[in-house]
Design a protein around this ligand. Structure first.
Ligand SMILES: Cc1cc2nc3c(=O)[nH]c(=O)nc-3n(C[C@H](O)[C@H](O)[C@H](O)COP(=O)(O)OP(=O)(O)OC[C@H]3O[C@@H](n4cnc5c(N)ncnc54)[C@H](O)[C@@H]3O)c2cc1C
Length: 460
């Protein structure tokens, strides 16, 4: 596309409303941020571009929670607690949660969920906490006060363009959209040999459970390797993840890898690349499904029941805050004085053609997540973004650390901490980086969160 621009007429933008805390993005981080902010006592609005919550978990069709557990001293234990406990309880009531299963060569536990049940459970958790949700509204810009604080988020929807005013803002957009508009420092890994590749998820139904046997995911991987060795097929990615859902008639498949024409990763902040990703993703999904159906025992009468509404984006912008969590922190199970919770997931790097896993060196099996990774860094002009936290996969982490702590469990942790901290900043009348972190930690523990300062309870 060319560089031509047009000048839009200036306009008066109606104000949709004013809230104590405004959260952009209703993925795992945004769900928890909105619920926690509302429980802290203020008014909270959660703005989501789709008509449902869950982020990549629902819109990207993941249907598995990773990072809820850690392999700690040889035991698989759930280390993500607090509001996550309530969400999981709601999912159980909806009969929408599998028991945890071992994954990645049986090295760690993950937990499959039903996508529709997750949407409902998230609605209930957020609205039940007193937060309001605004669906079908895309945040498209920010208006800053002279101090550098955010005054309003601009949204576009079927109702037109509107502004949402807030006293505090939480960017849970996954892509750091609000941080970008607010002009705080961020980075993005290069598309070649850098940013992780996206995938398009699909679900397969009509599997003959008896014929498929106990572990057909190993069969699928072996058949793919054999076909590649025989030269009959080339797959976009090795290490497919093909697993049963709550009802084992239905399987989820994570085996595509979406590239630009030059081989680089599709960038989830570029609309042309997103479009290409959807087009090639559906073709890859169809090819992969056809291979599985034609070769895998038990899949003969299966069919694609769903291709995810959008390609799943693993990584785009990450802010550069006062501290960036590093891959060494993850692998070395680092501790931080300002811990807000933990990450037990290993580094899972989606590189060209495959997935690389790097495991924690220490037996404890989890690192603490510092509060500082949600704080925006200093702008070039020195003005602080004093009323902004950035949470979830776009928090201040290096590419390597984000390859681990981007999964759902740690995003729940960061979201709950951001919402709780925003409430504290407003009550105390201080900037986001000036809250009493010890008080935040106490509050999170009172809410049932696990901060990694003691041994975790043996909950699976
Ligand atoms: C293909 C794929 C497979 C994965 N598999 C797993 C898995 O099996 N298990 C697991 O735990 N994790 C998995 N992950 C990681 C997953 O991305 C994270 O767990 C998690 O969803 C990140 O949470 P988040 O809240 O930071 O962001 P997201 O989940 O990306 O949520 C961001 C939300 O913000 C909304 N949004 C974005 N921009 C705007 C805007 N401008 N205005 C309004 N709304 C906006 C989006 O619609 C979305 O709802 C996978 C990721 C991908 C891409």
């Amino acid at each position: 596309m060319g560089n031509e621009t047009i000048t839009e007429p200036s306009r008066q933008t109606p104000v949709y409303g004013e809230f104590d805390v405004v959260v952009v993005g209703g993925g795992p981080a945004g769900i928890m941020a909105a619920a926690a902010a509302a429980r802290a006592g203020g008014t909270a609005l959660l703005i989501e571009r789709y008509g449902f919550l869950g982020g990549a978990g629902t819109a990207g069709g993941l249907s598995t929670f990773c990072g809820l557990h850690a392999r700690t001293y040889g035991q698989d234990v759930r280390v993500i607690r607090g509001l996550a406990d309530e969400l999981l309880e709601r999912l159980v009531k909806l009969d929408g949660l599998n028991a945890p299963h071992l994954t990645i060569a049986d090295g760690i536990a993950a937990q499959a969920f039903d996508i529709s049940a997750y949407k409902i459970a998230a609605d209930e958790l957020v609205t039940g906490s007193g937060a309001r949700i605004l669906f079908h509204a895309m945040a498209v810009g920010a208006v800053l006060a002279p101090s550098g604080a955010i005054d309003a988020v601009l949204i576009e929807s079927k109702s037109g363009r509107q502004a949402v005013r807030g006293r505090f803002f939480i960017d849970a957009s996954g892509d750091g959209d609000l941080a970008y508009w607010a002009g705080v420092p961020w980075e993005k890994a290069p598309p070649i040999d850098g940013m992780m590749y996206p995938s398009l998820m699909l679900r397969i139904n009509g599997v003959d459970v008896g014929r498929a046997g106990p572990a057909p995911w190993r069969t699928v991987e072996r058949l793919m390797e054999e076909a590649e060795a025989a030269g009959t097929h080339t797959f976009p990615r090795k290490k497919p993840i093909v697993r049963p859902q709550r009802n084992p008639l239905e399987w989820r498949a994570n085996l595509t890898q979406l590239r630009r024409a030059d081989g680089g990763a599709i960038d989830g902040t570029d609309v042309d690349e997103l479009t290409r990703g959807e087009l090639i993703g559906r073709q890859q999904a169809l090819d992969a499904f056809t291979f599985i159906r034609d070769r895998t025992p038990g899949f003969e009468d299966s069919y694609i029941v769903d291709i995810a509404p959008q390609i799943g984006i693993r990584e785009t912008r990450r802010i550069i805050g006062p501290y960036q969590l590093t891959e060494e922190d993850v692998l070395g199970c680092a501790d931080f004085d300002d811990t807000i919770g933990v990450n037990g997931w290993p580094v899972e790097a989606h590189v060209a053609g495959t997935v690389e896993f790097r495991w924690q060196w220490r037996e404890r099996g989890f690192n603490q997540l510092p509060f500082r990774i949600m704080l925006p860094g200093t702008r070039a002009d020195g003005r602080p973004a004093a009323n902004l936290y950035v949470t979830g996969r776009c928090a201040s982490m290096t590419h390597g650390a984000q390859s681990a702590a981007r999964v759902t469990g740690p995003c729940f942790v960061m979201g709950e901490a951001a919402g709780t901290a925003a409430g504290m900043a407003l009550s105390a009348g201080v900037a986001g980086d000036a809250i009493d972190v010890t008080g935040l930690q106490r509050q999170l523990e009172d809410q049932g969160a696990f901060l990694g300062r003691s041994a975790p309870e043996a909950v699976l």
